[in-house]
Design a protein around this ligand. Structure first.
Ligand SMILES: [Zn+2]
Ligand SMILES: [Zn+2]
Length: 360
């Protein structure tokens, strides 16, 4: 049996080859990949923007697949549901040690000893391959009956990220106005969660009209096209909807540095600016500390969903797939052999959600 994989040797150096099929270890499982989401962070790693990795890796950290083999001792998923070979599952992609300060005291992700990747030469859980392998103690969850695997794959790590943001930084309260900068997967998942949380207004900003159309199907009640409006016009439109003191939640989901100045400025009195897309080494920009204190504003960031957010994503995909057109968000499908084209498509911004379909 072959296991075709997209192996990244260094920035821009991707090789498609058979890496062999590992057996499940005691306590672990192996999974036949079905769909793997291509994430903006995969593009950053491919382009070397996150620094060169010290090892060759198989990219991809989002996906849905079927259990291929169960290691000794595994009879349930990590929520206690009985599992068998062939069951559809979803998993948390960061392996935590469970025995360090961050794991046991802070209860946070990632921890001091977490691994995001394993060497491509060893069994690993990079999803751009036909068959992945989860070590013992790496949580996975069975999909609920009736879940469309495409719907869950479309949400990728975007829904867990939105869930962590609203869990850790601040929840959305009924009646609030939520402004979301960016209609990529994280922005869309955030719009959906703001909508189901009871926000009165969910305003999404983007420069691509087609993506704003999609945002309307995902809970946005109003959209503003960055290419057709000035920052002053957007502010006026948003304050008109939110009321005189402005929106109480503004979410940055663009990854574009100029968004920060506009987003922190848009955030209203007693409001919170939630930074999700500007991740890592993105540069510095202006902040107005006097405005933050004078108007009782907060700024919070969130990334790296906790394990429970992946569990809740599995539950919510089933509950929400009929209310929101989740499966339709998958705009591009690629074979494993075309991983490079998939990464380029996501990098260019032309996709709503691209997936690698291991069954093609
Ligand atoms: Zn991701
Ligand atoms: Zn740990």
């Amino acid at each position: 049996m072959t296991n075709l994989a997209a192996v990244l040797h260094g920035p821009g150096k991707l090789e498609i080859r058979d890496v062999g099929t590992p057996d499940a270890v005691p306590g672990g499982i192996s999974i036949e990949m079905m769909l793997s989401g291509v994430c903006g962070s995969d593009v950053h790693l491919y382009e070397g923007q996150a620094g060169a990795l010290p090892i060759s890796v198989i990219l991809g950290h989002e996906g849905v697949g079927r259990i291929a083999t169960l290691g000794a001792g595994v009879s349930t998923d990590y929520a206690g549901q009985t599992v068998s070979v062939g069951d559809l599952v979803y998993w948390a992609p960061i392996a935590l040690c469970g025995a360090c300060y961050t794991c046991t005291v802070l209860e946070q992700t990632p921890c001091e000893k977490s691994s995001f990747f394993e060497d491509a030469e060893k069994p690993n859980w990079g999803t751009f391959q036909e068959r992945i392998w989860l070590p013992a103690r790496q949580p996975f969850y069975k999909l609920l009956d009736g879940t469309d695997p495409v719907a869950l794959a479309a949400m990728g790590c975007a829904l867990p990220t939105a869930l962590k943001a609203f869990d850790q930084v601040r929840p959305v309260r009924p009646g609030e106005t939520v402004v979301i900068q960016g209609a990529g997967p994280v922005g869309l998942a955030t719009a959906m969660m703001a909508s189901v949380s009871g926000a009165s207004n969910v305003v999404v900003l983007d420069s691509v009209a087609a993506k704003l159309e999609v945002a309307r199907t995902m809970g946005a009640t109003a959209t503003l096209d960055l290419s057709m409006t000035t920052a002053e016009e957007r502010r006026a439109a948003i304050y008109e909807l939110a009321g005189p003191t402005g929106p109480t939640v503004v979410v940055e989901a663009t990854g574009a540095l100029p968004a920060f100045v506009e987003g922190s400025d848009l955030t209203g009195v007693n409001g919170t600016y939630v930074v999700l897309g500007l991740l890592g080494d993105v540069g510095r920009t202006d902040v107005h500390p006097g405005d933050i204190s004078w108007r009782n504003k907060s700024i919070g960031g969130a990334t790296f969903p906790k394990i429970k957010h992946y569990y809740y994503a599995v539950q919510l995909a089933r509950k929400l797939q009929d209310r929101f057109p989740l499966a339709d968000l998958v705009s591009h499908r690629f074979k494993i052999a075309d991983t490079e084209a998939a990464l380029r498509a996501v990098g260019s911004g032309e996709t709503v959600k691209a997936v690698i379909d291991a069954t093609l």
